[in-house]
Ligand binder design. Structure first.
Ligand SMILES: Nc1ncnc2c1ncn2[C@@H]1O[C@H](COP(=O)(O)OP(=O)(O)OP(=O)(O)O)[C@@H](O)[C@H]1O
Length: 248
């Protein structure tokens, strides 16, 4: 497999915890600009795979490359975040006591303490970026509301906006629609599709209706390796996927 043109390249990756192989000879390649949905049963290794990409967990063996050339196994979590890999965990962790806009300002890329982040005069370029983020996350009319007053779904969108403020090249998004209403779920699919026009994205989800809305290539993990990969129709008609996951 060639690394050229890839944003993420995992080959032959394994990791064991106390003798248990959570990731087992995993190979997964994401092209630059691609959005991919990752599905699979509990314990399949989805979180561990993302932990390996973000430098939280070191693989025992295998290659992990970012942007075709950077060996991620040689970097720590902070360095990997600085390189442009952003991760959103399942539970939203916004600053509840700040306004929606301040949450975005506090997240803008660049070393900054709270005081200057909130009170410094923003350049035209920064203002353009902030407006762009608000248009993507559908919270323009909530800019001055307290983050605590947002719905669960809106908090997830705000946190995606905080991730965008870090200007990542690759976003890892863990179960974004868990707990959302159907309308919020559909809007989240549109929101991620907008983001995917200019970013590479990995979305882990169990909600198959949402995965269908995304309309992207799907990878099903099982026991730490790829069980099936292709269109959702292809993967969901794979008998092995039905047996270990969808049929349950
Ligand atoms: N730090 C750890 N120590 C021991 N075992 C671990 C550790 N991290 C993960 N595991 C085990 O590795 C396996 C893969 O777990 P992982 O959390 O990656 O699965 P997952 O696909 O994300 O599942 P879920 O859909 O439930 O989030 C599980 O059996 C889990 O118990």
């Amino acid at each position: 497999m060639s690394k050229s043109g890839t944003i993420l390249y995992l080959d032959g990756v394994s990791v064991s915890f106390d003798g248990f192989r959570a990731i087992n000879n995993l190979s997964l390649v994401l092209d630059k600009g691609e959005m991919r949905a990752i599905i699979g049963p509990n314990g399949a290794g989805k979180t561990t795979m993302m932990d390996i990409v973000t430098g939280k967990t070191r693989p025992d063996t295998g290659e992990v490359f970012f942007d075709g050339q950077t060996d991620l196994t040689r970097h720590d979590e902070a360095e990997i975040a600085m390189m442009g890999i952003g991760r959103k965990f399942q539970k939203p962790t916004v600053f509840e006591n700040h306004s929606v806009e301040d949450n975005i300002l506090l997240s803008l890329k660049g070393p900054r303490s709270i005081f200057p982040a909130l009170f410094h005069k923003h350049s035209a370029e920064e203002k353009r970026r902030i407006d762009e983020i608000f248009s993507v996350i559908r919270l323009g009319d909530k800019r001055h509301d307290l983050a605590a007053n947002l719905s669960h779904g809106q908090k997830q969108w705000l946190e995606i906006g905080m991730l965008l403020a870090q200007d990542p090249k690759l976003l890892l998004v863990d179960e974004p629609v868990a707990g959302m209403t159907d309308a919020e779920t559909e809007e989240t699919a549109r929101l991620l599709k907008d983001i995917a026009k200019t970013h590479s994205v990995i979305v882990v989800e169990h909600d198959m209706h949402f995965v269908r809305e995304l309309g992207v290539k799907v990878t099903c993990l099982h026991e730490g390796s790829v069980l099936s990969e292709g269109t959702l129709d292809f993967v969901s008609s794979d008998e092995r996927v039905v047996e270990v996951y969808l049929g349950r």
